[in-house]
Design a protein. Sequence first.
Length: 251
Amino acid sequence: MLRGRTRVLLLGWVAIWLVPPILGQQLNAAKERQLRIPSAGGEPSFVLKIAAEGRRGVVFVQDEKGADVQSLVCPLLRDSSSPTDTELVAAREQFVSGFEAKDLDLDGHMDLMGIREFGAKWARYCVWFYDRQQHLFVKDFLSEQMELLANLTANRNGQIVTSHLGPVNPWQAFYRIAAAEGSRPQRQLVPTYSCLVETTADGNTLTAVVTTRYEGAQPIVQRQEAAKMDMRTAFGRCSSLEESKNSEGKK
């Protein structure tokens, strides 16, 4: 049982620690892609028309009757002052073909995320949350926090996850969404757990697995020597510790 469970955990790490897959229709940047968001919880359904031009990714939101609701703009390669034409073409293609609807804030409604910049092992996104009061997709403090995270995803335990793949010193960090009525900001990410696999400068040799748990405002750091581990074993150690933490929290 334990061996099988570890294998599942390892697969979970591998799934997170990859550049997000291209979902939906495979279209180049010059073409528009459509994505339908079905009705949920009494909220209306939407049709998204996703396109990219210049340094902008654009999402046209329509209702089920085809009427325009809003348009959303994502600045592509916003941290690059002078991207090449090749980089811009690739960024536009990634934004269109990799655009996703996913419940990132865990409220039961689909939110939107589009790749704004990426590398061989990472991606960062433009993020919009669905607002049930306005029946629109909006940005807030929480979405801006998520836009800073590389390889953003939400896992089965209701956590927001970010990662750095290395090859030098790869790590993964977990957050929960904290919310309080009347506070400013109303919602924000709070760290819960992270795991760093320390390596030598060339990334060829592991030296330690360092885990950090946040209990209240106090970080609790544990270090385990990893000189005799391979990368798969080290990642498994990270996953098993995180899973153990979640199991303890549910008791």
